[in-house]
Write a protein that binds this ligand. Structure first.
Ligand SMILES: [Zn+2]
Length: 471
């Protein structure tokens, strides 16, 4: 069976066929964080979703190049920079560092490329120039540059590929300067925003005068530079479909970057919203959680990741603290079964038992149906527990079952219980030991290992890397 994914562009579930003629390489772009504050749990639903897509493609044997941008210049950032008086890089750098820590505590694989908008000003200017050359972009007297939807459509392009726009019913404004605007406003959007006093030191020179890029053009420039003018997958939260993603298409296809007959992106995937405790997150209602708020409540990244991964990405998910308690219980059931399997397997090794992975893949091939995949896993846990209780599993069979779980967990990324519970100090030591081993400084590696042992943590070197165990 082929992997099937829901493509927002066609509003249908389609077989996934990469652009690579060899069918091997896949380019994946996910709109990353705007680093003006700590990431909240709704943001992280999108990033865990992107991580799931990437990991499942890798499980299916694809060679994925995962790009996630960091928006480090944008309306909200400029406002905060003005309020705090900090230089742009200093302000965004702090939140970015915290973002990657959060990303790692949810065990999301680091993207291969993490481009920053402010490093791509030259590419952005080039793209705007190409739009100017086709008459799709125009400059106003203040030195801003705008995208003309009318000109774009007059050249035979479609505006409204990801959403159905009713041009007659829409409130036609002349221009919209904000990076984020409502679906009702059908107005030319900013590609380049002329420098104003409020921008402070945040501006760059351009052929149209000093200013800064609009948010939408940043993603067009970075994605095409790193993945090519046409690439396979573009992901993001559903709130980004319009205007952000629609504008990305308009800018990229309007500049005629693609080969004839090719689109900017082949498959668009959008993750649904997250509610918290039944309603939209809001600071006033007290249901606004950053990831660190949840960690401070005593939950760990593994439990939060698990809960986010129980929901089908296209469905609105109600994230609750009770749900996190449930996640803890579900993981305990899984961990108990795995611990018993380890006891039975001892030192035996075996290839993965194929039934679990086959059923798991069948569920996931259906547009990443994690609900069905988890049902497969927990049926397997029940059957395995029964077989263990009846002493029906040999050491080799237990090892084969463990290996099967490891293949599934390469996608779910829950890791072992001990690792999720290890304090940061121990994780830092583990990293130091790995670095020493990589540098072939085995004396240092052993010294770190002993230090960890003294603190009550053992390292088990396995084929899939080092595993932590509490002594
Ligand atoms: Zn974007």
């Amino acid at each position: 069976m082929a992997l099937k994914l829901f493509n927002t562009l066609t509003r249908s579930v389609q077989d996934f066929v990469p652009l690579d003629p060899a069918g091997k390489k896949v380019g994946l772009y996910c709109c990353g964080p705007t680093v003006y504050d700590f990431g909240h749990i709704g943001n992280f639903r999108t990033f865990v979703f992107a991580d799931l897509v990437r990991r499942y493609l890798e499980f299916r044997g694809y060679q994925v190049r995962h790009v996630m941008n960091v928006t480090d210049v944008e309306d909200k950032i400029i406002r905060r920079v003005r309020e705090t008086g900090k230089p742009l890089r200093e302000y965004t750098g702090g939140f970015e560092a915290e973002f990657w820590k959060d990303h790692a505590s949810l065990n999301c694989r680091p993207p291969h490329e993490r481009p920053h908008a402010t490093d791509f000003i030259a590419e952005i200017l080039q793209l705007i120039e190409a739009l100017m050359a086709r008459g799709i972009a125009y400059r106003t007297d203040d030195g801003s540059v705008w995208f003309s939807i009318e000109k774009y459509r007059a050249l035979g392009h479609t505006y409204g590929q990801l959403v159905n726009l009713n041009f007659d019913a829409m409130r036609a404004g002349e221009r919209v300067a904000n990076d984020e605007y409502e679906k009702e406003s059908l107005a030319d959007f900013a590609l380049w925003k002329a420098r104003v006093p409020d921008d402070g030191a945040v501006f760059w020179p351009s052929p149209w005068g000093e200013g800064r890029p609009g948010w939408h053009i940043e993603c067009s420039a970075m994605s095409m530079k790193l993945l090519g003018a046409s690439f396979d997958l573009h992901l993001g939260g559903e709130d980004l479909a319009f205007p952000h993603h629609e504008d990305e298409i308009a800018q990229s296809e309007g500049a005629c970057c693609q080969a004839p007959g090719q689109r900017f992106v082949k498959y668009w995937m959008h993750g649904a919203h997250l509610l918290v405790e039944g309603t939209k997150m809001s600071k006033k209602l007290g249901n606004f959680f950053t990831l660190r708020d949840l960690l401070a409540k005593g939950f760990n990244g593994r439990e939060i990741r698990y809960l986010l991964l129980t929901a089908y990405y296209r469905e609105t998910f109600n994230f609750t603290l009770a749900g996190l308690e449930g996640a803890r219980a579900a993981l305990a059931r899984l961990d108990e079964c795995l611990a018993k399997l380890r006891d039975t397997a001892r030192d035996a090794t075996a290839a993965p038992e194929p039934t679990l992975t086959a059923k798991f893949a069948e569920a996931m091939d259906n547009d990443l149906n994690v609900s069905a995949a988890w049902a497969v896993v927990f049926d397997w846990v029940r059957d395995t527990n029964r077989a263990l209780a009846a002493h029906q599993l040999s050491a080799v069979q237990a090892a084969a079952a463990l290996a099967a779980w490891q293949s599934v967990d390469a996608v779910f990324g829950l890791g072992a219980k001990a690792e999720a519970e290890a304090p940061p100090e121990i994780l830092a030591l583990l990293e130091a030991r790995q670095a020493a081993r990589k540098a072939k400084d085995f004396k240092q590696a052993d010294a770190v290992r002993n230090e960890m042992k003294a603190k009550g943590w053992l390292i088990e070197d396995t084929a899939s890397g080092p595993k932590l165990k509490q002594a």
